[in-house]
Design a protein around this ligand. Structure first.
Ligand code: FES
Length: 82
């Protein structure tokens, strides 16, 4: 289970099942050309499904397309080789 109830003051990246990646804290989000992207909230949702019309932000389209994710039974297998 994710720790969605962590302190609101803590920086955090939360991967939502079947949804976006929530980024909370003092981070700068930049475009592929290095330009800072507008951000009006401390917590933003980044699109993970690829279907958002406001990329890199989530616009909720993942629900319309029934985006589904699978998590490995063993989280260690999700880590890249080092
Ligand atoms: S994850 Fe929400 S629109 Fe892509």
């Amino acid at each position: 289970m994710s720790n969605l109830s962590a302190s609101e003051d803590a920086n955090a990246i939360v991967v939502c099942p079947d949804g976006p990646i929530l980024v909370r804290g003092d981070f700068e989000i930049v475009s592929t050309t290095g330009e800072p992207l507008p951000r009006t909230r401390r917590t933003v949702a980044l699109c993970r499904c690829g279907a958002s019309t406001i990329k890199p932000y989530c616009d909720g389209t993942h629900k319309l397309i029934n985006f589904r994710t699978e998590f490995p039974a063993d989280p260690e297998k999700a880590l890249p080789d080092r």
